[in-house]
Write a protein that binds this ligand. Structure first.
Ligand SMILES: Cc1cc2nc3c(=O)[nH]c(=O)nc-3n(C[C@H](O)[C@H](O)[C@H](O)COP(=O)(O)OP(=O)(O)OC[C@H]3O[C@@H](n4cnc5c(N)ncnc54)[C@H](O)[C@@H]3O)c2cc1C
Length: 376
């Protein structure tokens, strides 16, 4: 393992203690009820964990991206639904505001997001535009002093709960003539669909963001007009490190449950960990978890160095998300019938893990990005 600094260790240990105490006990209940985890998010905000990598000058904790990844891994270990909310608000809107926002926008929008007084959402996907975001149809018509947005965004994390939406809308006829807009909750014409009935991550509400002639002033254009798609893709590079960390946390939680169980369960007069069929599964998962962490940290370090980190983020996201699905499936197998019981948490981790192979770019899209980057 790469050495961590004292500060990174402190972040990891502090978040681990909070997550075990405050998130782990509530996770099954939140999964069953679908209640949005506001009290837990408030606790994370008080620890400065909703704006970890945003500079202190803008209300954040000013930490490095490795610390952010360590924190997300610990949060996901305890409750993957909380992890995705935190990953999105910090990894996408805050990152995009920091990178592309004006000083005025940073003061007005980034500060409350980084302090955790607000939650942020990223609205790119539409019913007909998923892996191919350039096919989005939401339109922004030019009017005096601003733009009027109309369209429907689908599958938006924290829809209805978030205070700020980074909305990508078409501003020209060309395929990539898309612009990013900052839209505040409460703006006339902005409304939300109910939470979607998802397989997992029940506490992390996901839904439609509907825009009916929403007037957005010029000073709420984020970055350059007609460059919104590339701004969004840059945001996704950052977001994918968060999802990779989330997936690693899920894999580790499932692994730990299976490892402990294999040390207790006796069949044929032996602990089941003494059977090679079980022991090798654990050995493989342990190795893959260590590799996933290294990929996540490598991507985070590259991000901290500045410059592009697309390839590193895609590698980490692809590897860690496939691991999360495999680890949760294998852990259930190691527990046998108990793995299939809700009380052992693994069925929930299995349901929560699946989406890490889908959101912020499916595994197929990560492979496309990686294959292209081989010849750059
Ligand atoms: C829980 C959840 C939360 C989400 N949160 C957000 C959010 O906050 N903001 C947001 O904007 N979006 C969000 N999304 C949307 C998510 O990013 C998209 O679902 C994802 O990008 C895939 O798009 P799609 O579902 O339309 O699948 P499609 O693009 O329709 O793909 C269907 C299948 O075809 C494959 N495919 C497509 N194109 C290719 C290709 N060129 N080569 C090979 N295979 C291909 C895909 O890999 C997939 O297997 C969320 C989704 C979920 C489920």
């Amino acid at each position: 393992m790469l050495p961590l600094t004292d500060e990174q260790r402190l972040v990891r240990d502090t978040v681990r203690a909070f997550a075990r105490e405050e998130l782990w006990p509530k996770a099954p209940e939140h999964d069953a009820s679908g209640a949005f985890p506001w009290p837990q998010l408030k606790g994370l905000a008080e620890l400065g964990l909703l704006g970890m990598t945003t500079p202190e000058a803008y209300g954040g904790a000013g930490l490095d991206a490795v610390s952010w990844a360590l924190a997300l891994e610990e949060i996901a270990y305890a409750d993957p639904a909380v992890a995705v909310i935190v990953s999105v608000t910090s990894g996408l809107p805050q990152y995009m505001l920091l990178k592309f926002g004006t000083e005025e926008q940073k003061k007005r929008f980034l500060v409350p997001l980084a302090k955790g007084e607000w939650l942020g959402a990223f609205a790119l996907t539409e019913p007909q535009a998923g892996s191919d975001p350039a096919s989005l149809k939401t339109r922004a018509e030019r009017v005096k002093g601003g733009w009027v947005l109309s369209g429907t965004k689908s599958w938006i994390t924290s829809a209805g709960q978030a205070d700020l939406y980074v909305v990508m809308a078409r501003t020209g006829e060309g395929r990539t003539e898309i612009t990013a807009f900052l839209v505040e909750k409460g703006t006339p014409g902005l409304s939300f669909g109910p939470p979607e009935a998802k397989m997992g991550l029940h506490a992390a509400h996901t839904g439609e963001v509907r825009l009916e002639e929403v007037l957005v002033p010029d000073d709420q254009v984020l970055g350059q007009v007609n460059k919104g798609l590339s701004h969004a893709l840059a945001g996704l590079d950052s977001g994918r490190i968060g999802i990779a960390a989330q997936a690693t946390g899920i894999a580790r939680a499932a692994f730990d449950i299976a490892k402990d169980y294999a040390d207790e369960r006796v069949q044929f007069g032996k602990k089941i960990r003494e059977f090679e069929g079980v022991a090798f599964k654990l050995a493989d998962l342990d190795t893959r978890i260590a590799a996933a962490r290294l990929l996540v940290w490598a991507a985070a370090r590259k991000k901290d160095e500045g410059g592009r980190f697309t390839q590193e983020a895609s590698r980490a996201k692809l590897f860690a998300s496939e691991l999360a699905v495999d680890a949760t499936r294998e852990a259930i197998q190691i527990l046998g019938a108990n793995g299939y019981h809700r009380d052992y948490r693994l069925e929930r981790y299995y349901r929560d893990a699946k989406v890490t192979e889908i959101y912020e770019g499916t595994s197929e899209i990560q492979r496309l990005i990686l294959a292209r980057s081989l010849y750059r």
